[in-house]
Ligand binder design. Structure first.
Ligand code: AMP
Length: 204
């Protein structure tokens, strides 16, 4: 868990590789729906563009359907979920949590990082103009596709998401803290430094 731009997607992928876990990102599933123009896309497009949270019943259905695929023999890392206490309670009814990783960064860093995010419209590779610049501007180094900005990475939408994060997501940490291992790490440093702190705290 952590605010936008804290690096949770990047860290979740690194950890999933290291521990051979399946990486699930609710935001990625929603973005796939938008790109594929599914029926669901019509229901979530405006909400996502505005930087608001998708209603719980839709999120819960997505999670349930995804986890029923059972391609996660060794377990999974879920990124971008839960984002409020209702989602956390829904999840804890059916699944055990080994650890919750909380990555914190100051507000100004999250906004600056998120505004610098780009991804390839063809292969989906992530870039960041601050840390991982493409060799030629707006072009993917790997497949030559066009680099684009997430539609919800505008200043206004980012501020709305940050507000939701502070008021609705952070309080769920208290709920987890009562029951599970919660690991707090500072995400303001490099990708490697944050990954190292997470591994150290989890003793892996
Ligand atoms: P993310 O990629 O995690 O930043 O998510 C992008 C957007 O997807 C969010 O701003 C929300 O609109 C939606 N979203 C992702 N996860 C959730 C969730 N657990 N609950 C509600 N909305 C979500």
């Amino acid at each position: 868990m952590g605010p936008q731009g804290c690096g949770k997607g990047t860290q979740a992928k690194l950890l999933a590789d290291k521990l051979e876990l399946t990486h699930l990102s609710v935001g990625d599933i929603f973005r796939w729906n938008l790109q594929s123009h599914t029926k669901l896309a019509a229901r979530i497009k405006r909400i996502m563009d505005d930087g608001q949270l998708v209603p719980d019943e839709i999120v819960e259905e997505i999670i349930q359907t995804r986890l029923q695929q059972h391609d996660w023999n060794y377990g999974f890392i879920i990124d971008g979920f839960p984002r409020n206490s209702e989602q956390a309670e829904f999840f804890l009814e059916s699944y055990d949590v080994d650890a919750v990783i909380h990555i914190d960064v100051p507000d100004e860093v999250t906004i600056e990082r998120a505004l610098s995010r780009r991804h390839c419209a063809s292969c989906g590779l992530d870039y960041n103009l601050m840390y991982h610049r493409p060799e030629s501007e707006d072009t993917c180094d790997v497949c030559g596709g066009q680099l684009v900005t997430r539609r919800d990475d505008t200043q206004e939408a980012l501020e709305r998401r940050l507000h939701d994060y502070r008021t609705r997501t952070l309080p769920t940490l208290e709920l987890f803290q009562r029951k599970e291992l919660v690991v707090h790490v500072d995400g303001a440093g490099s990708v490697e430094a944050t990954h190292h702190s997470i591994c150290e705290r989890l003793r892996i």
